[in-house]
Design a protein around this ligand. Structure first.
Ligand SMILES: [Zn+2]
Length: 150
């Protein structure tokens, strides 16, 4: 599987989110052959909805699937607890992570559940998120549920 070509789709979503003024996390769900089932992005800012993360958006757009064990969820940033819970709840077999430098996520918790985690350490994903955190730290800390006073 060419994970880089799958990651490009998630990255395009993240870039669109960035251009919209939103949190630049994009994701896409694929079947075992790499066919796209759904794609989406974090729309906390755009829709005033903190429950729309990249992963949940792609997951919902893909609609009902009978089995998730053979599916591949690609995300530009390591999944938060909310999205990690979704991955475990539906037994998604493979998670491709664009980067885990700006946010480490809970990748060991996924691996413990038998999820195959592929870390891409992608420079484009890292640079986009770094830029967003530098320009909009208040939105970022709101998104990851951390209160920063002062
Ligand atoms: Zn999330």
């Amino acid at each position: 599987m060419n994970y880089d070509s799958l990651l490009k789709i998630a990255y395009q979503e993240a870039l669109t989110g960035f251009e919209e003024g939103g949190v630049p996390v994009g994701a896409a769900l694929f079947d075992a052959d790499g066919n796209l089932l759904g794609r989406g992005r974090n729309r906390r800012v755009q829709d005033n909805d903190p429950s729309v993360h990249g992963e949940t958006d792609a997951f919902r757009k893909a609609g009902r699937q009978t089995n998730y064990r053979d599916k591949i969820l690609v995300t530009t940033l390591a999944p938060c607890w909310y999205c990690s819970g979704l991955i475990r709840q539906f037994n998604i077999g493979t998670v491709v992570v664009g980067e885990s430098e700006n946010f480490a996520g809970h990748l060991d918790w996924l691996r413990e559940a038998g999820v195959t985690v592929v870390e891409m350490d992608d420079e484009r994903c890292k640079a986009l998120m770094r830029r967003f955190i530098a320009e909009s730290p208040h939105i970022w800390f709101e998104d990851i549920g951390e209160c920063r006073h002062g």
